[in-house]
Design a protein. Sequence first.
Length: 90
Amino acid sequence: APGKRYALPGSRILIHQPHIMGGGISGQATDIDIHAREILRMREIINQILAKHTGQKLDKIEKDVERDFIMNATQSKEYGLVDDIIYKHK
């Protein structure tokens, strides 16, 4: 929810494209194609959500998630992923 996304000073935030967990992919070529298209569809949806909620342009998001993109708390705030960094207890 906007205004309620927090990170601690030592946080590391990672964004990346969707991927299949586990070792080898097996199955019929048609089934593999179905799963590949679904992963690509999910990547488009996730990128659009990130762009909407961070204020970053879609092409920047697409470039950034191509590989693991790791940010510290300050970088995450500048990027628009978090709203504030919590430095002490209230």
